[in-house]
Write a protein that binds this ligand. Sequence first.
Ligand SMILES: [Zn+2]
Length: 207
Amino acid sequence: MNQEKIGKFIASCRKKQKLTQEQLAGKLNITYKAVSKWETGKGLPDASIMKDLCNILKITVNELLSGELIDKNSCDKSAEIKLLEMLKQKEEYEKKLLFIEILLGSLCVLPLITSTIIVGFVEMEEWLSTVIILTSLIPLLVALPFAIRIEQTVGYYVCKHCNHKYIPTFKSVFFAMHLGRTRYMKCPECNKYSWNKKVTSGGNGND
Ligand SMILES: [Zn+2]
């Protein structure tokens, strides 16, 4: 795919629809910097918003990825198939990551449960039971940043107030209260706090 050609094509379609970069960004709930990145050929629109983008620009996904208008009678569907494959791959990748997260979490809680049972049933000196409990916490502490990293980077969070989609910072995910994958965080767009739902490319994430 020729990013520069696609970028120029996006810019010309946007102008044809009489939209500024800011207006287009607003319709897609993204920053205008992202739009400018595409148009200068420094990046491609995320697969998850490609369809919305094409609707606004009144072009097909095939045309977007080819970087030009395509004769309606031509039946070259290769770009569309490519996109669907891309989406599918991303979806599977995200599923895998989320599975790893759950596995990691379960594996790390196991030693803690085991040691709690041992300390509860076996008579021993207090210092020893403390050492056992603290040691069993180590895998949890080591794995926690990885689990949060996965949580942060897979898919998006959606603001309840303005529907803005965003990827939060590691810190904000780390400190945010959560119910399953829904987290109480500040939206970078409207600056309001709400319970932000996690959305992956496969659709809604399960809470
Ligand atoms: Zn918001």
